[in-house]
Design a protein around this ligand. Structure first.
Ligand code: FNR
Length: 386
């Protein structure tokens, strides 16, 4: 490093680096959201609607960010969120993300649509949490869950806010969706725009396939057929009754991801779920719904005593994390930021980002006058008048 270099520190720093490095269609797939991206923007900006309350002259020696999530001890109450195809952003991308999460002492979540398989990610040392999309062919789901259990996964996040895919217009513009340009051609044509990235990912003209489903598609090397298979497998008929079925075959912890309304949160608890994730899928589904942070308080007040409540959407710093904890979350997930860092600098970059986030949380706690995560309460935060 020379005296002219600047080290990336914040999520914004990693985002800028990722943008420079990635082919545009890939940056946009990660960074983008549904329609006008209003909800995605609000996920971040609505954290500004809340002010933390600084307290002074309290003994804050020995502040600790340690906590538990889904029964697991963690160094801070943060998990890396499932991001489909994150493995496109660096060589063996999900395995790198999982190793960084282990270094930080937090859980990593592998998407159904991960490029790396469950087994590959579990082999990094600690089994990930697994995220499930319900597929029409329940036999495939059963097999996936059996593989997850065999790999040592103890926690399943069942994502319920994607009965159909949201309208991600950047992906349409870039020819990834909408049938304008066949997917395969689109990938290959755009590799040329960023050879450094292509080399890194090890693609060299051969697009990666989604590892977890590789063995169930007719021809995993035909990307167009592959995409068509996955598209028609997403099951829009799923209802609360399917959760009972899931409970029957999944013996580990079950979290319902993608809940925004108190009634749905209550229904999730009634199905026997161990927890829920207040989430609007990072604004990638129904544009125009409220930010997740603005929905947290009501859900926390109604159900905080009965279940574990996680939140995702817009977490970009340890300060955001502190605000979510004060508003009633037991922990948070973070999606785009870890993949920006992965694209910018692989495992080490993700680990550095997590280190900064933990320090930010620690400093915030000391300045709030608290020493442990269980001291977070709504008394540490106020909402600005409208
Ligand atoms: C996602 N998300 C997601 N969620 C899920 O349950 N399964 C998945 O496969 C994916 N895939 C995915 C891809 C990309 C590119 C993004 C950005 C997001 C949603 C994710 O888990 C999480 O809910 C949001 O990313 C949280 O918002 P932030 O942290 O990105 O603002």
């Amino acid at each position: 490093m020379s005296i002219y270099d600047v080290v990336p520190v914040t999520v914004g720093d990693y985002r800028r680096r990722a943008r420079r490095r990635l082919p545009r269609f890939l940056f946009d797939y990660l960074d983008g959201a549904a329609n006008d991206e209003v909800t995605a923007a609000a996920n971040e900006s609505d954290f500004g609607r809340y002010h933390l309350l600084q307290r002074v002259l309290r003994d804050v020696d020995g502040v600790s960010t340690a906590s538990t999530l889904a029964g697991r001890e963690v160094n801070m109450p943060l998990a890396l969120a499932p991001v489909g195809m994150a493995g496109m952003y660096a060589c063996r991308g999900e395995a790198q993300g999982a190793r960084a999460a282990q270094r930080a002492g937090i859980p990593f979540t592998l998407s159904t649509l991960g490029i790396c398989t469950l087994e590959e990610v579990a082999a990094t040392g600690r089994a990930p949490w697994f995220q499930l999309y319900m597929l029409r062919d329940r036999a495939i789901v059963e097999k996936l869950l059996a593989r997850a259990a065999a790999a040592g996964c103890d926690t399943l996040l069942f994502t319920v806010d994607l009965p159909v895919a949201g309208m991600r217009l950047r992906d349409y513009r870039n020819g990834m969706l909408g049938g304008g340009i066949p997917g395969k051609l689109s990938y290959l044509a755009q590799l040329a725009t960023s050879p450094a990235w292509a080399l890194d990912v090890g693609i060299r003209g051969k697009p990666h396939c989604i590892g977890n489903l590789r063995d169930v598609v007719p021809d995993p090397d035909d990307l167009d057929a592959y995409k068509a298979f996955i598209d028609q497998q997403f099951d829009p008929t799923v209802t609360w009754e399917d959760i009972a079925w899931l409970r029957g075959i999944w013996k580990g912890k079950l979290y319902i991801k993608g809940v925004l309304e108190v009634d749905d949160a209550r229904a999730a608890v009634d199905t026997g779920a161990d927890g829920l994730v207040v989430s609007n899928h990072g604004g990638r589904q129904l544009d125009g719904v409220a930010s997740s942070i603005s929905k947290l308080g009501a859900i926390g007040a109604a159900l905080g005593e009965q279940t574990e409540i996680l939140l995702d959407g817009g977490i970009r710093s340890g300060i955001d994390l502190a605000k979510a904890l004060a508003l009633g979350a037991d922990g948070v997930l973070m999606g785009r930021p870890w993949v920006y860092a992965l694209a910018a600098g692989g495992e080490d970059a993700v680990a550095s980002l997590l280190d900064v986030l933990q320090r930010e949380l620690l400093v915030a706690m000391a300045l709030l006058g608290i020493r442990s995560i269980d001291e977070f309460s709504p008394e540490l935060i106020e909402e600005l008048a409208q």
